[in-house]
Design a protein around this ligand. Sequence first.
Ligand SMILES: Nc1ncnc2c1ncn2[C@@H]1O[C@H](COP(=O)(O)OP(=O)(O)OP(=O)(O)O)[C@@H](O)[C@H]1O
Ligand SMILES: [Mg+2]
Length: 250
Amino acid sequence: MSAALETRGLYRRFGGLQVTDNVSLKLEPGARHALIGPNGAGKTTLVNQLTGVLRPTRGAVFLDGREITALPASRRVRLGLARTFQINQLFPDLSAAESLGVAIAEREGFGAALWRAAGSRGAIVEEIAELLARFGLTAEMDRPARTLAYGRQRLLEIALALACRPRVLLLDEPAAGVPEGERRDILAALAALPEDVAILLIEHDMDLVFSFARRISVLVSGRILAEGAPEEIAADARVRAVYLGEDGHG
Ligand SMILES: Nc1ncnc2c1ncn2[C@@H]1O[C@H](COP(=O)(O)OP(=O)(O)OP(=O)(O)O)[C@@H](O)[C@H]1O
Ligand SMILES: [Mg+2]
């Protein structure tokens, strides 16, 4: 079986800075894989190359065995690759229910302009209700997204990514900026994501990383420093040196 997502020898430079340096990464179907590393290690830059926001200087990206290195971002989403952003990017004036309607309409090819019509179809109404329930957003489904607590906004973002029916989901710091009291909801939502979706989680919160991941890659200065099961990573001397003094797991 092909990997759900794979990169082979990716390189990316910004001027004199090698931000992605020979990154090869493999996510099996249903993977729970975390990508960790210090600020500026190149994690978001890597995600941008996976999603097609940035082109690698060299190397290749495969989705389900199919090369997607040169495909535009929108094509990749349709092929089953979805992501959330480190900084939240919702439609601020739409409600959670409306936003999900737009996302589903896009997926089904109705076009965002027709989402109102599409939103009245039974199957779509049901799907919206299911997604709202899965992320605990039902009670607030009609409020403009900008009025939701920040943790709820982040949950809505994950719900929107899931509305694309991805086979691979890239989560770039889903708990960033979320106050302590709401982090547990994010953790629960991550734990309840569909089993068959391969997930790459980028996160600085090591409790979240170690509770979620079955495999961890450590990126430092654009390179994969180590990859392995959580126990191996926690025990790795090179990784511990990078994280020294940062967190109890390291
Ligand atoms: N468009 C760009 N042009 C020039 N340099 C960039 C650009 N985007 C990112 N960089 C640089 O590339 C490096 C990696 O940045 P990136 O955002 O990928 O790191 P990161 O691992 O996601 O960090 P963080 O944990 O803080 O989110 C940084 O030194 C950053 O300044
Ligand atoms: Mg980042």
